[in-house]
Design a protein around this ligand. Structure first.
Ligand code: ARG
Length: 282
């Protein structure tokens, strides 16, 4: 049974602009009453939890902390993994924004108290944002590392040096579209051979390198990517996504996946959707 970590949206809010989706008119006017509908956010988050449970996931929770408005995005604070001979480990992130930096110790402690080895990197002036920018190939053969908006190239390189000690290669991928500021918005592994990719989000070199690692690439359009259709969760033959198009449905069908729609409109105001709201536990 896959285990997945989530954080309830008790204090979820949009209070500043960390990415282009957060350019809320209310923010600009200084009155941000209607920025987030907390009741709606709560019910959307609960629907995501139910869909995960209906598809065989066991849910673990971390307590929300007041003042940490983005803590609900459980994909970013650590990178979690497991390697034979090394066991389960996490690499705590160095987030770009100070409010998000404060989330990291809470997640790190959560994992430490559950006996994960904590691998602290010396980041210097670099940044690395967990599973926002670091994605496992499904068979664990390598890790893809996006950089350019949040994680830095240096951050991905420091991480790669650490992973090389366990014999895990890391493929750096430069991101170029501000609406795809995290890798999990433009690359979604579907199985060992196939991935959803929005080509417009990658540098020419990054795109060429992706083609080496995937037998089948299903392209996402700009519209699909910017509406978080590449930010889905693959579990139990399902693709949990906020929206679907006929084209995306056809790609998923080819890979034996059925879309399940979960409304995440409140979280999209903050630049995140299904994938960002959880971390699979190794
Ligand atoms: N508002 C959050 C931020 O900008 C959203 C994070 C979304 N997470 C993700 N893995 N893409 O940091």
């Amino acid at each position: 049974m896959p285990k997945v970590l989530l954080c309830p949206p008790n204090y979820f809010d949009v209070v500043d602009q960390k990415n282009p989706y957060m350019a809320c008119p209310d923010l600009a006017e200084g009155s941000r009453e209607s920025a987030v509908d907390r009741v709606k956010a709560r019910s959307q988050w609960e629907s995501l939890c139910s869909v995960l449970q209906q598809n065989g996931c066991e849910i673990e929770l971390i307590d929300a902390v007041e003042g940490l408005e983005d803590m609900v995005f459980a994909a970013n604070q650590v990178f979690a993994g497991e390697k034979i001979g090394y066991g389960k480990f996490v690499v705590p992130s160095r987030m770009v924004y100070p409010s998000r930096q404060r989330e990291v110790p809470f997640y790190t402690d959560w994992f430490r108290s559950r006996n994960y080895q904590v691998i602290e990197l010396d980041y210097g002036a670099d940044y690395l944002e967990g599973h926002g920018d670091l994605l496992w190939h499904p068979d664990g053969a390598r890790i893809y590392g996006g950089y350019g908006f949040r994680s830095t190239r240096g951050g991905v390189e420091r991480f790669a040096t650490e992973m090389s000690k366990m014999g895990i290669p890391v493929v750096p991928l430069q991101l170029v579209d501000p609406y795809c500021y995290h890798l999990d918005t433009c690359l979604c592994p579907l199985n060992d051979e196939a991935a959803l990719i929005f080509p417009g989000a990658f540098s020419t070199e990054a795109l060429a390198s992706l083609h080496k690692f995937w037998k089948r690439i299903h392209l996402l359009t700009t519209e699909e990517a910017h509406r978080f259709m590449g930010n889905g969760i693959v579990v139990n033959g399902r693709y949990i996504t906020p929206y679907v198009t006929p084209q995306l449905e056809a790609s998923l069908h080819q890979e034996g996946l059925t879309p399940v729609i979960v409304d995440t409109s409140e979280f999209e105001k903050s630049g995140g959707s299904c994938f960002c709201m959880k971390t699979f536990l190794p």
